[in-house]
Design a protein around this ligand. Structure first.
Ligand code: NAP
Length: 491
């Protein structure tokens, strides 16, 4: 059957790409199933979208913030009603198993609800002045037109983490979703419009990152960019965005430390969930398991048994534990790292093969005897491929944890409170979990990384900083010219 054609959404109108080019979105569990045909926006189309966002800016930024928040709340309510349909659609387009797709939709709902409340806060602050009869405060201002560029691995949650704060702060938006999951983006934007978002406030441009995305990055009329994706494209954004406000959420090489005093059953569950959940395609996925050598004999067989028991399949099937990878390139990349690992001398405990299934599947893969010099211990694979690294102390475990260029998520399983606090203090990461896996962020807390993961902090109150500017206001009611620093007399 011919798939439905979706157009660009610019200024509240459905328009064809001026290039006349399009692409299809397919089901990674069944690539023969085409879910929709989407437009490849040209640079000119992106410029039109920017113009539409500029035209909508005065009205939207002039709308009282609580009213902006109310639209987000209504969108959350619509999403709640449509949660099951949206989740199934997400599993079909992105591949993650249905319970995880429900979690993704729920995360978008949570973020919309949380940011709806921000409409009645958007706190600035007041403070003292060093001069008499002078009042000082900070108020929040929108940035202007925001460019949002998102990946495919959380096709509704990540766009919602950006759209909701950007909109409540009064910005208008040009949104470029990943080419692997445009349908999920359409659904989300459609829901915002159904909830009452005025025309032109969010403009949706699908198409190639190197064309549509790059134009958003480079165009000087865009005031801010919020980008989530790979390190390489993040670097491109940083180099080409000029003087815009830029927020980057990039890759990870996250680790879980399992100490010899840990509850091993609990650690096993956390490791399997963190490593193979979402087929290892979470930015917070655990791809390095840093284990105390004293528990090797006990923990390694437990882990191998659990990984071998994982069932691959279509995410819509109740029996599936691990769904497909996003596309063929991801399968090839994961397999390339299997070959690299073997060549480097790591020992394959299980997996390592492309199964004979029609979708983009890869066997859950586990390497042992990995050391920090190996590429499989350093580079982001973004698939179900995990390396066990043995250590002899907490100090060594933390050294291994910090040996990578990234710094997103981390975890430690230990029953020793001193170990836990030392890990909190010394691990270089934006997130550290104690006795819990590397994944599971909540919308009211900051999320982001350090080092090459980028330094954006989305979510929570600090997430508002990413999408607003602080204006400092001085009100002098003394009736005379007072000079800060100069008129200050300390006796
Ligand atoms: P990606 O290849 O960097 O793509 C991300 C987005 O950037 C897509 O919309 C892509 O468009 C677009 N893009 C590509 N080239 C561009 C360019 N030159 N200029 C502007 N935009 C461009 O990443 P991905 O494969 O979608 O996602 C996986 C990566 O995201 C992993 O590294 C993962 O760790 C990271 N991630 C990080 C976080 C976090 O919070 N830190 C969360 C999730 C994922 P096309 O799809 O059209 O190419």
């Amino acid at each position: 059957m011919k798939p439905k054609t979706y157009k660009l959404r610019i200024g509240g109108e459905w328009v064809d790409a001026s290039s006349g080019n399009s692409f299809v979105s397919v089901n990674p569990a069944n690539p023969g199933q085409q879910l929709g045909r989407f437009q490849k926006a040209s640079k000119e189309d992106v410029r039109k979208a920017i113009y539409a966002a500029e035209s909508a800016f005065d009205r939207w930024s002039g709308t009282p913030a609580p009213k902006r928040g109310l639209i987000l709340l209504r969108a959350a309510q619509i999403m709640r009603r449509e949660k099951e349909r949206l989740s199934r659609l997400m599993t079909m387009e992105m591949g993650k198993v249905l319970p995880e797709a429900r979690g993704d939709v729920q995360e978008a709902i949570d973020m919309l609800e949380y940011m709806a409340g921000e409409g009645r806060r958007l706190f600035g602050y007041t403070t003292t002045s060093e001069l008499k009869e002078k009042f000082a405060m900070c108020v929040r201002m929108p940035v202007g037109v925001f460019g949002l560029i998102t990946p495919w691995n959380f096709p509704m949650a990540i766009p919602a983490w950006k759209l909701a704060p950007a909109l409540v702060c009064g910005n208008t938006v040009v949104f470029k979703p990943a080419s692997d999951t445009p349908l999920c983006a359409y659904e989300l934007v459609g829901i915002l419009e159904k909830a009452g978002l005025p025309k032109g406030v969010v403009n949706l441009v699908t198409g190639e990152g190197g064309v549509a995305g790059a134009e958003i990055v480079k165009n000087k009329r865009i005031g801010g960019i919020s980008f989530t994706g790979s390190r390489d494209v993040g670097e491109f954004v940083m180099k080409n965005a000029g003087l815009k406000k830029v927020g980057l959420e990039l890759g990870g090489k996250n680790g879980i430390i399992v100490m010899d005093d840990a509850d091993l059953k609990l650690a096993l569950e956390g490791v399997v969930w963190g490593a193979y959940g979402t087929t290892g395609q979470r930015c917070t996925a655990a791809s390095r398991i840093i284990v105390h050598e004293k528990i090797r004999e006990k923990f390694e067989p437990m882990l191998v048994k659990a990984v071998k028991a994982l069932r691959l399949g279509n995410g819509l099937n109740k029996t599936t534990d691990v769904g497909p990878l996003i596309n063929r390139k991801a399968v090839e990349k994961t397999h390339m790292y299997t070959r690299i690992g073997l060549k480097e001398g790591a020992k394959l405990l299980c997996g390592g093969k492309i199964p004979k299934m029609k979708g983009f599947f890869y066997e859950p893969t586990l390497f042992t005897d990995v050391n920090i010099k190996m590429r499989i211990a350093q580079e982001e694979i973004f698939g179900p491929s995990v390396a066990i690294i043995y250590v002899s102390s907490l100090d060594e475990a933390i050294e291994v944890m910090n040996s990578v260029r990234y710094g997103l998520s981390s975890a430690i399983y230990t029953n020793d409170v001193d170990n836990a606090f030392r890990a909190i203090e010394r691990i270089e990461a934006g997130l550290t979990y104690i006795n819990s896996s590397t994944i599971g962020s909540e919308v009211h807390l900051p999320f982001g990384g350090v080092k090459d993961t980028g330094s954006a902090r989305e979510g929570g109150i600090v997430g508002i900083d990413e999408f607003s500017e602080m204006k400092t206001v001085y009100i002098d009611y003394s009736g005379r010219l007072q000079k800060a620093q100069i008129d200050k007399k300390i006796k």
